[in-house]
Design a protein around this ligand. Structure first.
Ligand SMILES: Cc1ncc(COP(=O)(O)O)c(C=O)c1O
Length: 387
């Protein structure tokens, strides 16, 4: 058995990043400033966005995006139940109601026809999540959004480096279209905590710049830097969602490494797919039928609980006994007291999400994993699944 515990994720932060963090601290400019501006510029260039606005988390970015769209009390936003709580929380904190539309158990993404069925007079936006790094079928989703005059906020927390039909997630997709990335330590790149909102929409970009900084029409960097002006106005209240230069210093070192990180992720996934192909008790992910590039934020097979005769939680416990960390992404949101209560949904409401929720498990996947780590995971899975 493996001697040391293998976590399901661990960030790779270079010495260069650590030195740049120290440089920020020594410089006296700790909050948003030149390093954040540089990170935004390079990020926008990488994904192909007109605007990339750094914030202190994807949760904050989703909240800003919905608020900038004017979404609030009495409105509905259609999203997937197979996501992290942040997606629904961002909707709820605008005063709007999340409406869950069921997913496809193979792509794990929201199904466009189910979005169409969930549209009401109150619907203002759709929030698809590119689950694990499989881009949603955006052409279909945008056709529905166009037909009903809805905004689209892509929760792209998992999808940095992913492509849909040859274009990166985050690339410009027109007015009232936004995408939001996360730099939480488990994500494809990290800034400790952090997020980025990308859009082509100039009006929304300007609103988000103000929303992230208490509604102030000019950032601290502009007000206090040598050439900036101290004047600003406030047109509406904002929050404090800015990224700091300490975070951006990490991001500036991470971004050039992203393609290498994602290649390594893809190689580990290819190994898992090969080695676990014939293991009874494990159901492997299937590729989405539309043209795409996966970003492999997480690797999420299903535990075949019907065949094995024990639960996914038991699988997780048995992996832990073998010193292998796993994670649960996710329990379907409508099965949590909070969101079940708000939506009136419970078991039986969203059968596909529930099927997935009962079986899904995230195996270790991070760029610094060595081949031996991946072998240890496969060995442990085979032992746990031995019938
Ligand atoms: C799908 C999804 N949306 C939103 C978030 C929130 O990201 P953050 O932790 O940066 O706020 C996460 C983070 O895990 C996520 O996985």
């Amino acid at each position: 058995m493996r001697k040391e515990f293998l976590p399901f994720a661990r960030p790779s932060v270079s010495e260069e990043a650590i030195a740049d963090v120290a440089d920020s601290i020594r410089s006296g400019w700790l909050t948003m400033g030149p390093k954040t501006i540089l990170f935004e510029k390079n990020f926008a260039g990488y994904v192909g966005a007109s605007y990339a606005l750094a914030v202190n988390s994807a949760t904050a970015g989703l909240h800003c995006a919905l608020t900038a769209l004017g979404i609030g009390a009495g409105d509905e936003v259609i999203t997937t139940p197979m996501t992290f709580a942040a997606t629904a929380n961002a909707i709820l904190f605008t005063g709007a109601k999340p409406v869950f539309a069921d997913i496809d158990r193979e792509t794990l993404d929201i199904v466009p026809e189910n979005i169409e069925r969930a549209v009401t007079k109150k619907t203002k936006a759709v929030m698809p999540v590119h689950f694990a790094g499989t881009p949603c079928d955006m052409d279909e989703i945008e056709a529905i959004a166009d037909a009903h005059g809805l905004a689209v906020v892509e929760d792209a927390a998992h999808a940095l480096g992913a492509e849909y039909k040859g274009r990166r997630i985050g690339a410009d997709r027109g007015a009232r279209r936004l995408s939001v990335f996360s730099f939480h330590p488990t994500k494809n790149i990290t800034t400790g905590e952090g997020g980025m909102v990308c859009t082509q929409d100039e009006d929304l970009a300007e609103k988000i710049m103000m929303l992230r900084q208490n509604g102030m029409s000019r950032g601290a960097w502009n007000r206090y830097a040598a050439k900036g002006s101290a004047n600003y106005d406030i047109f509406f209240p904002g929050l404090k969602y800015t990224m700091t230069d300490i975070q951006a210093a990490i991001g500036n070192s991470q971004l050039p490494e992203l393609e290498n990180f994602n290649r390594r992720r893809a190689r580990i996934v290819a190994f898992y797919m090969r080695e676990l192909a014939d293991v009874p008790g494990i159901i492997l992910p299937k590729p989405a039928p539309w043209a795409h590039k996966h970003s492999w934020h997480i690797f999420t097979p299903f535990v075949d609980i019907d065949l094995l005769g024990f639960s996914r939680d038991e699988f997780i416990a048995r992996m832990k006994e073998r010193n292998i960390g796993t994670a649960l992404h996710y329990q379907a949101l409508h099965l949590f007291s909070c969101y079940g209560g708000i939506t009136g949904m419970g078991r039986g409401s969203l059968p596909e999400a529930e099927y997935v929720s009962d079986r899904i498990v995230s195996l270790p996947l991070f760029p610094a994993m060595i081949d031996e780590d991946a072998h240890d995971v496969v060995r442990a899975v085979k032992e746990v699944c031995r019938l």
